[in-house]
Design a protein around this ligand. Structure first.
Ligand code: FAD
Length: 393
């Protein structure tokens, strides 16, 4: 049976291993991951793990015995540096050449940086890995203000944790509302008020010019010349796919490794799954790149099924969640391009949802502390809107 080599040891990789074995794959499986940890979950990194409520032993996606019982060869702390598709070899930072019959890219994303003066000062950080959180946590114990650049999920989740730990927090957002790319104004307003009520200073439409400091960051300087004193800056301005290695070995890449509904790349011996991929969704009529646990798991399942000779055509209803203070946001579907947004329930009550329609059909639902509408929305996606399609508020 084929020897399968997986690049990246994260959420998609862990699922891939499990699904390959469940589908009866008996050949060798090799995981190569550049972090020192076996696959772990990232969502708690900006939530309970950052808060100190759970230790890193709770983050592992599978017990360590799993890789042994499933006969998986783990190469951790090792980076895949080149792929020779003709010879079917992966070259690693350890100087090894690892042969494959089938290769799977599960390399995820990395935090985008900001090309600003001072961005390399100590104290200007991003959050993607256990190591990042372990470096941020001592700074969270400090006294000064924390500046968070970017009012997306990760920025806002960290704002909530830092406030809960008693820190002064300012969120600096370049657009005119938080989470603008993914939610409607009703949801953005709700979150701006939630953070404001919890004492977070949210500033919109800001233009940052530089980070200032000598030994360490001391302030953010804005385009209008004003400054904000702080002793930690979290840059949370989105993620970029780790697709350079795929591009360098000649695979088709365009802001993500291009794959079909079975996770196949432009080389039939090479697949990709998770955050690093981009695929055409017939459901949404365009190519999409998703960054979510749902996608990493379900796309990895599709890849495993295809490798094991089963028919698959992956085109999911994406879903996602975010926890801030005691509020859970659950998103089903993709709302971009909606032509009508219907709010059900009263945002002031703290439990409501927004249904997004396109051509009168349901394309997405954002649920705030309203799990039922989320669960029903995942099944009702694409249906014509009627008042009883989803539960009452
Ligand atoms: P990852 O889990 O990122 O794994 C990829 C691995 O590959 C990494 O360890 C990377 O270092 C490694 N790698 C990259 N290049 C190489 C190489 N050349 N050689 C070896 N190894 C390599 N999603 C949700 O659905 N809900 C949430 O609430 C949520 N919260 C999040 C909070 C944070 C702070 C972060 C960072 C992400 C969050 N996500 C959330 C997103 C979710 O964690 C990702 O979508 C998921 O981890 C993607 O899985 P993946 O396997 O594609 O990539």
């Amino acid at each position: 049976q084929d020897r399968i080599v997986v690049l990246g040891a994260g959420q998609a990789a862990a699922q891939l291993v499990q699904s390959l074995r469940q589908n009866g794959h008996e050949g060798e499986i090799v995981l190569i991951g550049d972090e020192p940890h076996p696959p772990y979950q990232r969502p708690p990194l900006s939530k309970k793990y950052l808060m100190g409520e759970v230790g890193n032993d709770t983050l592992e996606l599978r017990p360590s015995s799993f890789y042994e019982t499933q006969s998986v060869e783990l190469h951790l702390g090792v980076k895949a540096e080149a792929v020779d598709r003709e010879k079917k070899l992966v070259k690693t930072s350890g100087g090894e050449e690892i042969a494959y019959d089938r290769l799977v890219f599960a390399t995820g994303t990395r935090a985008r940086g900001l090309p600003l003066a001072g961005a390399d000062l100590p104290g200007v950080v991003s959050l993607r890995t256990i190591a990042d959180v372990d470096a941020i946590r001592p700074a969270l114990e400090g006294e000064g203000r924390i500046a968070i650049v970017g009012g997306g999920y990760i920025g806002l989740e960290v704002a909530a944790v830092a406030r809960s730990l008693g820190r002064e927090v300012t969120v600096l957002e370049g657009l005119d509302r938080v989470m603008k790319r993914v939610v409607s104004p009703v949801i953005s307003d709700f979150y701006q008020k939630l953070h404001h009520d919890n004492g977070v200073d949210i500033r919109l439409n800001v233009a940052i010019e530089a980070f200032e400091g000598t030994a360490r960051v001391e302030a953010v300087r804005f385009a209008d010349g004003s400054r904000l004193d702080c002793d930690l800056v979290l840059v949370a301005v989105g993620a970029a796919p780790n697709d350079e290695l795929a591009a360098a070995c000649g695979l088709d890449v365009s802001d993500g490794i291009l794959v079909d509904g079975a996770g196949r790349t432009s080389d039939e011996a090479v697949y990709a799954a998770g955050d690093c991929t981009r695929f055409f969704s017939a459901r949404y009529g365009r190519s999409i790149r998703l960054e979510s646990v749902q996608n990493a798991i379900d796309q990895a399942k599709a890849v495993a099924a295809d490798i094991c000779g089963k028919d698959v055509d992956y085109d999911p209803v994406p879903w996602f969640w975010s926890d801030q203070y005691h509020v859970k946001l659950q998103i089903a579907g993709l709302s971009q391009g909606y032509d009508e947004a219907i709010t059900v329930g009263d945002p002031a009550s703290g439990s409501f949802y927004v249904a997004y329609l396109k051509d009168e059909k349901l394309i997405a639902v954002d649920s705030i502390n309203h799990a039922r509408s989320h669960m029903m929305a995942r099944r009702a996606m694409g249906e014509s809107w009627r008042d009883d399609l989803l539960p009452p508020a």
